[in-house]
Design a protein. Structure first.
Length: 179
């Protein structure tokens, strides 16, 4: 890809990601607590957990790794308890406390709040900015990632979990993402 094509591609990816979020929120918004609990099998995450993981990942990568966004947005996803045995609290997110299911309203609001720093950054970053490296420490390992890699990682993460949500909805006869 040439330098001159990168801004056009970045704009297309940004617009597609924003549209995917709109479609996802359109199907999450009307779901009841019971419907948000739907899962493909007992050992897999429910819809609310998949959505919670998506918004928590946005907050983690944008704030903790890239240093972008409001601390308050990131802090809302930090947990004081978890129902996952052996999971350190610093690694726990909304999806890791089955005793505290999130509502459709909470999920929609969290998607909208976590979109703001993404939207602002993607509009501001130049192709050179996307190449800037950041170090991620996880499990005693250090790994360098670029802003561009983080953007792609978040997009692919949301496409994967959005597909899971769509399949769960379809399998239960509910309206799904119209892609």
């Amino acid at each position: 890809m040439t330098e001159s094509s990168a801004p056009g591609l970045a704009a297309a990816v940004h617009a597609g990601w924003q549209e995917h979020q709109r479609l996802l929120l359109d199907v999450i918004r009307p779901l009841s607590l019971e419907q948000l609990q739907l899962r493909p099998s007992p050992e897999h995450w429910a819809i609310w957990q998949l959505a919670s993981n998506m918004v928590g990942a946005r907050a983690y990568w944008m704030h903790d790794i890239l240093g972008e966004g409001d601390h308050a947005i990131r802090d809302r996803f930090r947990m004081t308890t978890t129902t996952v045995p052996g999971l350190p609290l610093e690694d726990a997110g909304w999806e890791d406390d089955e005793a505290r299911q999130r509502t459709a309203d909470e999920l929609v609001e969290a998607f909208e709040a976590t979109w703001q720093p993404i939207d602002q950054c993607v509009r501001r970053w130049t192709p050179t900015d996307l190449e800037a490296e950041f170090v991620r420490d996880y499990g005693g390992r250090r790994r360098a990632v670029t802003r561009g890699w983080v953007v792609w990682h978040l997009v692919e993460h949301e496409l994967r979990h959005g597909t899971e949500v769509a399949l769960i909805l379809r399998a239960n006869g509910l309206p799904t993402l119209d892609i």
